[in-house]
Design a protein around this ligand. Structure first.
Ligand code: FAD
Length: 490
């Protein structure tokens, strides 16, 4: 039987392992950490449970598909429920808005809160849907780097309507053209952060991101986000995928222009195809010394990173829901700090995720588990100890101002993950959460393909390659990669 070797057991590595197993490969996964999941991990501390990375789940059908592939009922492994509230938004001037999942309710409540016409908001949302419908097949579901992806009816239709995709405007400009209310603009600008980009730079086509959230909904998995990686790992083991933990691959073995195996410090393993779920930057720099790296791709600007405080809070806050955003007063200055100055804003937007709102056992009685995150620049050698102190202070001041509390006195346990930790724990270059940023209208085309152009039998999956970062896109990358493997065999 042909053998596939996968480097990394992140969500994309797990999904690729399953898809290749289904295609008849023997699959071996080498993982540097002692656990699967990469960024989708968990910490438990002093009676609190925290998901370390992703907190927002959209398009869970992409996870179900993997169980269905093996004729298993997904519900046996992975149960989730749809949220009625997408996110609670807070502004410093006391404005509050709870964004509802029901589209009609969202439109009517947003119209009344932000003094916009309901028809204007509906028109904007419909245009977002059109952008998604026109481009998803080409940009998200197929390789952008194979000619056959372009020779389709869908691509032809997208080209005919290219003027409707807002490729020449930034997301912020697109939103500014749609709405007069600054807070509603900010609410829709925020979606640029879903792929670690700036709304002042990323193209207006990114307004398809809220469509995904509003059309498919947002979900919470029973047992927390960590259940996603854990349940896929369980399925993979059941299907006979072999895992080697604490085995960092140090080299991809080449024979001429073909990838034939991998090397760790104490082992060599050979296979018919090699798939790297490791960030594409260190894959070239550390595992493929002899190969000419695709420099233009590797020099692409990286997405934002993050600073996360995991706080056990000895109090409950009924005003807060699962997802909460406390907006910065000057959003443009915040993104300017992140991407131009590589510094933290004085007044960062603060995201608070509380999974105990859905899963009571995630915190002791009368307490909440707060995942408090701000976007940061990548790790460019800044003094992170000083930046963490500065961030902690400004986050606490903001929470106190906006929620009218004195949060410090309720923090009973604390752990922090910073860009250096994200980089070292997951090998993500500069600690980027989503690989390359989409701060350029050509970013999608510059992202690394799911295959190597110069080395045969070498493939790539995960957030640093096509179609991009975030759980849904990582799962799509696994599908594209495994389809490329099958097509190459034909
Ligand atoms: P990773 O999860 O980075 O996994 C790569 C794996 O490869 C790691 O396990 C690593 O140890 C292993 N590896 C690396 N090098 C080697 C080597 N040489 N040998 C062996 N193994 C190796 N996404 C969302 O959809 N929703 C969110 O709400 C969200 N929020 C986020 C918040 C944070 C704080 C973070 C960090 C990320 C967030 N993301 C979110 C992004 C999401 O987590 C990622 O896009 C996704 O998990 C990336 O998966 P991956 O498979 O590409 O890689």
């Amino acid at each position: 039987m042909a053998k596939a070797i996968i480097i990394g057991a992140g969500i994309a590595g797990l999904a690729t392992a399953l898809r290749l197993k289904k295609k008849g490969y023997d699959v071996e996964v080498f993982e540097a950490n002692s656990y699967p999941g990469g960024k989708l991990h968990v910490i438990e501390k002093d009676g609190f449970r925290f998901d370390t990375g992703p907190s927002l789940l959209t398009m869970p059908h992409l996870i179900d598909e993997l169980f269905e592939l093996f004729e298993n009922d997904p519900k046996k492994y992975f149960v989730y429920k749809k949220k009625d509230v997408i996110c609670n938004y807070f502004w410093e001037d006391g404005t509050r808005f709870s964004a509802k999942a029901s589209l009609d309710t969202f439109v009517n409540e947003a119209a009344s809160k932000f003094d916009e016409q309901a028809s204007t908001i509906s028109k904007y949302l419909k245009k977002n849907q059109l952008k998604y419908d026109l481009t998803a097949k080409l940009f998200l579901e197929n390789s952008l780097h194979k000619m056959r992806s372009y020779l389709t009816k869908e691509t032809f239709e997208a080209i005919l309507q290219i003027y409707r995709l807002d490729l020449m405007n930034t997301l912020h400009r697109t939103n500014e053209k749609a709405f007069g209310n600054k807070k509603l603009i900010q609410l829709f600008d925020r979606y640029a952060t879903y792929n670690g980009s700036s709304p002042y730079k990323t193209p207006g086509i990114m307004s398809m991101i809220p469509h995904l959230e509003m059309y498919y909904g947002t979900f919470f998995p029973k047992g927390g986000m960590h259940r996603i990686s854990q349940s896929l790992f369980e399925l993979a083991k059941e299907q006979g995928v072999v895992f080697h933990f604490e085995k960092a691959v140090t080299k991809i073995i080449l024979k001429g222009q073909k990838a034939v195996g991998v090397e760790t410090t104490d082992q060599r393993s050979f296979g018919d195809i090699i798939v790297s779920n490791m960030d594409v930057h260190p894959t070239y720099r550390k595992l493929l010394h002899e190969v000419d790296a695709p420099e233009r791709t590797l020099h692409q600007e990286r997405s934002s990173s993050a600073l996360i405080f995991y706080w056990g809070i000895k109090k409950t806050f009924p005003k807060l829901d699962l997802h909460n955003i406390l907006f910065s007063d000057d959003y443009e200055a915040e993104f300017n700090s992140l991407f131009s100055e590589k510094d933290l804003s004085e007044d960062p937007t603060v995201y608070i995720n509380i999974s105990a709102k859905e899963e009571a056992t995630d915190a002791p009685k009368g307490c909440e588990n707060w995942f408090v995150m701000i976007n940061t620049p990548g790790n460019y050698g800044q003094d992170w100890e000083a930046l963490k102190l500065k961030a902690r202070r400004s986050i606490i001041e903001k929470i106190d101002r906006v929620l009218g509390t004195d949060i410090e006195q309720y923090i009973v346990t604390e752990q922090v993950w910073d860009p250096i930790g994200i980089e070292s724990d997951t090998s993500s270059y500069r600690g980027a959460l989503y690989g390359a940023a989409s701060n350029d209208r050509f970013a999608a085309f510059l992202r690394h393909p799911n295959f190597s152009r110069s080395i045969k039998h070498l493939y790539f999956c995960g957030g640093s390659v096509h179609p991009g970062g975030g759980i849904p896109l990582c799962l799509l990358s696994a599908k594209i990669t495994s389809d490329l493997v099958s097509n190459a065999k034909k």
